[in-house]
Design a binder for this molecule. Structure first.
Ligand code: ZN
Length: 455
């Protein structure tokens, strides 16, 4: 990313730099938030979601919604609320051989309460392990069929002697509500950008403490900016939360111009983006552009009707322009849905890279436009106007010099800045800064302002 080019006060402090000089990085701050979220036992309903939203609410104002169990939402019904206090399997000596207090992954999420003594042969039918990853605890749920179960390392199960075990799941599954949180940043227009992350997984760091933390810090950053679009941040349980939100906001959905579902954005893998169902939405182009400049090997994938909540946003009745941003893709990294998806699996640099990618996409959403060259007959003399001097001779000066030429050449009112960035191979920001420079010298009109600090 280049420094802002300050010429005539016209450019381009657009986005303040991601870190204050000498202060902790935004990546460290995001990792700190993820670390505070990590221990909480979340599910699709219950106090874990509320505590998580309270944690995010310390960073940004959040509107909390409670939707009663039994509420019909399209073809679904808001389920009963699940809360858990304790769970264990105790051996004949009274030792907790499986202990919810050690890891909340040990209990199948949404297990019904149970208190029983049974032989290991019977208990085994309720135990989930990963024989191919014998040291890891799997993550399992039983949301929509009433059941109970424990998850544990396969190698630990193999060591359990036959005999009687005491089993306790001290949980409640009763009428309550489904909870989700929203944060709205009001822009100059009511046209919206939707940024959404699922809030229903227990102690899994990448999936999706990373997404929650990145979006909360992104919301905090955007709150300080004047923007053209309004930004809606949605923190809701996967699937049923998005369905509930859509069913309660049908009239608002038409305002959504761009959207991204964010998950698994803290691991060290290369960034990936799955296009919206439309395939050619503006957000699809913007994210592809950002990823190609952010990584030597990004994955840019076509839509498929499997994944996270883009499945709901892109259902045919809505067909919203919403894609999915991840680093390593769900189901494709060995730590996925296991106890190895822990705080060591995500790192500040990767979180910061994901944050920067989203901010760069927002910069394109906000700053794209179709400027017009006011001196289109042959090239204007740039040196005489101090434009070459204004480039300042840094390492990226050749690229910025080319950007001036590309913008002047393509600014005929039919090409957008993103068109120019794609055709030139230059990053959008370099093109946008060139456009602002040229506008400042009276050579260009119709340049869209980039987001800038409030006040
Ligand atoms: Zn998941």
């Amino acid at each position: 990313m280049t420094e802002g080019v300050a010429v005539d006060g016209t450019t381009a402090e657009a986005f303040p730099p991601a870190r204050d000089a000498g202060g902790p990085s935004i990546g460290d701050a995001i990792h700190g938030t993820a670390a505070r979220l990590f221990p909480i036992c979340r599910s699709i309903t219950g106090d874990g979601v509320r505590r998580t939203l309270a944690e995010l609410g310390a960073l940004i104002p959040l509107e909390i919604h409670e939707v009663p169990s039994g509420t019909a939402v399209f073809d679904w019904t808001v389920p009963r609320e699940w809360n858990i206090r304790d769970a264990y399997v105790r051996d004949a000596r009274g030792v907790r051989v499986v202990d919810f207090r050690v890891s909340n992954l040990h209990v199948v999420s949404y297990s019904r309460p149970v208190s029983a003594v049974m032989p290991l042969s019977e208990l085994r039918r309720h135990i989930h392990t990963l024989p191919d990853q014998p040291g890891l605890i799997p993550y399992r749920t039983s949301y929509y069929n009433e059941d109970w179960g424990f998850c544990m390392a396969h190698e630990q199960l193999m060591r359990l002697p036959e005999g009687l075990y005491e089993v306790l799941i001290d949980a409640t599954l009763e009428d309550g509500s489904l909870t989700y949180g929203e944060h709205l940043h009001q822009g100059a227009t009511d046209e919206e950008v939707l940024l959404s992350a699922h809030v229903c997984h227990p102690s899994l760091a990448n999936d999706n403490c990373s997404g929650l933390a990145v979006l909360a810090h992104l919301a905090r950053r955007i709150a300080s900016l004047r923007t053209r679009y309004s930004y809606r941040f949605l923190f809701a349980p996967g699937t049923i939360g998005a369905i509930t939100w859509l069913s309660r906001n049908r009239e608002r959905v038409g305002r959504i111009r761009h959207g991204i579902v964010v998950s698994c954005v803290g691991d060290r893998g290369e960034p990936s983006y799955k296009r919206s169902r439309r395939g050619d939405a503006f957000i699809d182009r913007a994210m592809a552009h950002v990823l190609r400049h952010a990584s030597p090997a990004p994955a840019i994938l076509d839509f498929s009707p499997y994944g996270y909540d883009e499945r709901q946003y892109c259902s045919p009745g809505f067909d919203l322009p919403v894609g999915l941003f991840q680093r390593s893709r769900f189901g494709q990294f060995p730590e996925y849905h296991t106890s190895a998806d822990n705080l060591g699996f995500i790192d500040p640099a990767s979180l910061e890279s994901s944050f920067d990618i989203l901010l760069s996409a927002i910069e394109i959403i906000e700053g794209d436009g179709r400027p017009v060259n006011l001196l289109p007959h042959c090239e204007p003399q740039l040196g005489r106007r101090g434009l070459y001097a204004a480039l300042g001779g840094g390492r990226d000066e050749p690229a910025r010099r080319m950007a001036l030429l590309w913008v002047l050449n393509l600014a005929d009112g039919t090409h957008s800045l993103l068109d120019m960035a794609e055709r030139s191979g230059l990053p959008f920001r370099v093109i946008a800064e060139a456009a602002h420079l040229l506008e400042g010298k009276g050579l260009l009109s119709g340049v869209t302002p980039l987001p800038h600090p409030q006040g």
